[in-house]
Design a protein around this ligand. Structure first.
Ligand SMILES: C[S@@+](CC[C@H](N)C(=O)[O-])C[C@H]1O[C@@H](n2cnc3c(N)ncnc32)[C@H](O)[C@@H]1O
Length: 269
């Protein structure tokens, strides 16, 4: 078993099935598979093509780990063996996704390298992230550059793209802190996404059962923060406004006011 993706690439026999991945994905996969080192895990990859990436997942996991592929091409069935099972169908077909979701079981890592069509990526994520990814699992969507390509319905900040959808999930992760949302109004995303990572052309989601954030407080206070004057150029004004929270918040919200007032209170040398 390789633990090093670069070693795998350097030693990949030329006659083996073709694999094509962006270079930046490689370092990321190394760190992710390292997280599951020596564990028997289950990996799902949407998009099999020549089968080269299946070889990579096999090399990075224990011999008892299982790999499931999904592809629209029936020819990809040739890559089935004792460790690999392939489902043939269209990831854009809701019924097919449901069948796979019901039959394939749970996974530690799910990788979407299929059609790269943004609404397929979203529908596939919404199905498999909730129903088939284990807690502590990682969901990777590759080749999200299509979110910026017009012939995939994309474009910069184009609504409906997978990147734009993923950006909205940043707000869901932080929904516990929103002043408009009550704790019970947080979404299933808020409750199940621990982290989102954006890399060039790739979005990665980490799953965990999340609860409302709690502070951990240890040790003794070393500064009397309640009575201590606020330091810095704005200290004077913020101290004078201490009892008028509305005005303090006004200053905090406005870079213009902040600049204006900090100039006004500049102390003589
Ligand atoms: C980029 S290739 C996968 C490459 C492979 N993961 C690798 O790294 O070597 C994309 C694959 O997705 C499959 N595909 C395209 N549209 C699909 C769809 N709607 N549903 C399922 N698979 C699809 C294609 O047949 C192709 O084999």
């Amino acid at each position: 078993m390789f633990q090093n993706v670069k070693e795998f690439i350097a030693n990949y026999p030329t006659e083996s099935p073709k694999i094509r991945k962006y270079e930046n994905y490689i370092d990321f996969y190394e760190s992710i598979f390292l997280k599951f080192k020596n564990q028997d895990i289950r990996v799902l990859e949407i998009g099999v093509q020549h089968g080269g990436s299946l070889e990579l997942w096999k090399a990075l996991t224990t011999p008892s780990s299982q790999i499931v592929g999904l592809d629209i091409l029936p020819q990809t069935k040739q890559h089935e063996d004792e460790r690999v099972r392939i489902f043939v169908g269209d990831q854009g077909d809701e019924r097919f996704l449901t069948n796979v979701s019901n039959e394939a079981g749970e996974f530690d890592i799910i990788i979407d390298d299929g059609s790269h069509i943004p609404f397929h990526q979203k529908a596939t994520f919404e199905k498999f992230f909730f129903e088939n990814l284990r807690d502590g699992g990682i969901y990777v969507v590759e080749d999200c550059h299509t979110s910026y390509w017009r012939d995939y319905g994309g474009g910069l900040r184009k609504s409906g793209s997978f990147i734009e959808f993923s950006k909205t999930l940043v707000d869901e992760v932080n929904a516990w802190h929103g002043q408009r949302k009550k704790a019970e109004e947080v979404s299933n995303y808020t409750k199940q996404i621990r982290a989102i990572r954006f890399e060039s052309s790739m979005v990665i989601f980490e799953k965990a059962q999340m609860t409302a954030p709690k502070n951990i407080e240890l040790g003794v206070e070393t500064i009397d923060v309640k009575t201590l004057p606020v330091a810095g150029s704005m200290g004077g004004i913020m101290n004078r406004l201490r009892k008028v929270e509305f005005l303090r918040s006004l200053v905090r919200r406005s870079p213009f006011l902040w600049r204006l007032m900090s100039k006004q209170i500049r102390r003589p040398d």
